[in-house]
Design a protein around this ligand. Sequence first.
Ligand SMILES: Nc1ncnc2c1ncn2[C@@H]1O[C@H](COP(=O)(O)OP(=O)(O)OP(=O)(O)O)[C@@H](O)[C@H]1O
Ligand SMILES: [Mg+2]
Length: 354
Amino acid sequence: MSVTKEDVLNALRVVEDPDLRRNIVELGFVKHVAVCAPLVKVTIELTTPACPVKDKLREEARRAITALPGITSAEVEMTAQVTSRFSGGAGGFPGIKNAIAVSSGKGGVGKSTTAVNLAVALARTGARVGLLDADVYGPDVPMMLGLRGQPAHDGKRMVPHERYGVKTMSVGYFLASDDNPVVWRGPMIHKFLQQGLGETAWGELDYLIVDMPPGTGDAQLSISQILPLAGAVIVTTPQAVSTLDVRKAISMFKQVEVEILGIVENMSYFLCPDNGKRYDIFGTGGGAMLCERFDLELLAQIPINPAVGRGGDQGEPIVVADPDCEEARAITRAAQRIAAKIAVRNTHALPILE
Ligand SMILES: Nc1ncnc2c1ncn2[C@@H]1O[C@H](COP(=O)(O)OP(=O)(O)OP(=O)(O)O)[C@@H](O)[C@H]1O
Ligand SMILES: [Mg+2]
């Protein structure tokens, strides 16, 4: 008896999404099955292209299919359709599926570095990604992506600059390099954020990363009022862990009911290039302690490495400049975890149909 589509679907029930704890058939991920013995072709549609277990799922599916009688090869195509918990996008911004704030109460801990690298890492998986520089006081995104100059206008809206597959908008594009820092008042920040979001031709975005200024002031409150966030990522360094600033940032997001997706501990340790040894310059366990205290996930520990800083200064983020180094891999893993976590939340917000 020849193998049918039903047989293929039944076989694929052994393939389980480890985050959602359901099999891919039940989840409705199997979109297309074609049987042409001895070959079977299937398309599996995940809820993020940044799925950390994409290759594992593909391999399990391939194995399940080729175990069927008379089937010797399987072509498994992995695609993704990123979900959003907001039907029609976040707030009044129909194209924005998931907005993620990268924040920290404290300055200089690596928020912008993390935001830029997360955005590029997500874009490299094939996701459609935007990066809004909400730091009106010290906009660093233009330098970190090697971009400058006023964005064009398409007659209706500003056209975001684009680099490494990431669309960006920053107040920095409107400042000449020798401009004095602008003194911003609360309402002006609110207006800029509204314009940066609403008057920018973002198009369809799976993820919009928002690089926040330091502090827990006007910009933080404004962004959570203007744009419903899928979540926030808190960046800290081991020394900053115990500071009031970081704890304040955590409680601020809790107050406005924005989910904290986890903690990125930056400048965690130094990996000596000469002997490969790890030096915990600022002590260990700070990020982990913070996570335990607030019941949060430690998304990454990024080593301190001059190449990370250089990448930022030269407009070539470390995930582009040296994607295989430990620093880049740590950020890429964090990007995958963030995407997976959001996908799980969004899926649980929807009824699952058998
Ligand atoms: N892992 C790292 N290793 C080495 N240098 C780093 C690392 N992360 C960030 N830096 C450098 O530290 C400095 C501060 O980083 P960054 O600008 O990303 O912090 P920030 O939190 O956004 O600061 P601000 O509060 O001013 O916005 C930058 O010069 C950056 O290049
Ligand atoms: Mg910054």
